[in-house]
Design a protein around this ligand. Structure first.
Ligand code: PAF
Length: 300
């Protein structure tokens, strides 16, 4: 394996500086993850390695973004397999710190607040989740920054890669970077799906075969809306909702068409009149024990 594992911020700085010294004026990419990696993460890594000279992937299961301790305990830890996947994609460094390394003084008193953008959709059923996620993303963006104190990469460009699958997280990270002037370019990577359309997720492993089949209705409903947007037809989201509700194993939480930046519902604009402009169709549903989310960007 060419990939190198570092577990401390100091180790990451030293290794990143060493690699950047070999390529002055180069670029560094960061792929933040919580591990349990799948093809969706491989796509993030692939984008990063195709656009940067040095690529760091972080693997950190962040306690701040879990509601229940049981969920945190249950989260799969698969470091060896994750390293192999990242190595195959040409990632240079894996930063896998301990909880004590990231939060040496215990849970941080000062955190990033996601505000109203973080309270809706996923935030409504997972209170505090986005504050916890943004707080660690802020820290990871600092750790992964080329040219951090002690390194020689001061002139390197810096990009960080997030999946379109977690559309609300992506919108919030973009907003945090803009509002708080983080010197990083955020790159969105399209959702990776299996051959039948199910968006890849670490949680899919908890679906039975029957539940997995039932879960396909989520992407079918999104595709229905996407095809209407492309045809400049009224989107008629109610018909997509009816389609999802016709599947007894699926309990719909929300389905709506929203503005891709503010995540505010587009309202009547997309119901009865031909769709124009840009939007995002969002869905969340419980399938058996698993909560799934998916979305599709819309362009007329
Ligand atoms: O999307 C994830 O895997 C996590 O929310 C992230 C961005 C790594 C922060 O913990």
């Amino acid at each position: 394996m060419a990939i190198k594992l570092v577990t401390t911020a100091a180790g990451l700085r030293a290794e990143s500086a060493r690699l950047l010294r070999e390529k002055p004026g180069s670029s560094q990419g960061l792929v933040p993850t919580m591990g349990a990696l799948h093809e969706g993460h491989a796509a993030l890594a692939r984008h990063a390695t195709s656009q940067n000279d040095v690529v760091v992937a972080s693997i950190f299961v962040n306690p701040l973004q879990f509601g229940e301790a049981a969920d945190l305990e249950r989260y799969p830890r698969t470091l060896e397999a994750d390293m192999a996947l990242l190595d195959a994609e040409g990632v240079d460094l894996v930063f896998a710190p301990s909880v004590e390394e990231v939060y040496p003084a215990g849970p941080p008193l000062v955190r990033v607040t996601s505000g109203p953008l973080g309270d809706k959709w996923e935030g409504a059923s997972r209170p505090g989740h986005f504050d916890g996620a943004l707080t660690v993303v802020a820290k990871l963006l600092h750790y992964g920054q080329p040219g951090a104190p002690g390194s020689d990469g001061g002139t390197a460009a810096y990009r960080a890669y997030f999946g379109q699958k977690d559309a609300q997280q992506l919108a919030l990270v973009r907003r945090m970077v803009q509002d708080l002037n983080f010197p990083v370019e955020i790159v969105a990577v399209p959702t990776v799906r299996d051959e039948e359309g199910l968006a890849l997720s670490s949680r899919n492993r908890f679906l039975s075969a029957e539940e997995r089949d039932a879960a396909l209705v989520l992407s079918r409903a999104l595709r229905l809306i996407e095809s209407r947007a492309l045809a400049h037809e009224p989107l008629d989201p109610d018909s997509a909702v009816a389609l999802v509700k016709s599947q007894p194993l699926v309990q719909l939480d929300y389905f709506d068409v929203v503005d891709p930046v503010t995540l505010e519902p587009l309202g009547e604009n997309c119901r009865d009149t031909p769709f124009r402009g840009e939007g995002l169709a969002l869905i969340a549903a419980k399938v058996g024990p698993v909560r799934l989310i998916d979305n599709v960007p819309l362009k007329s």
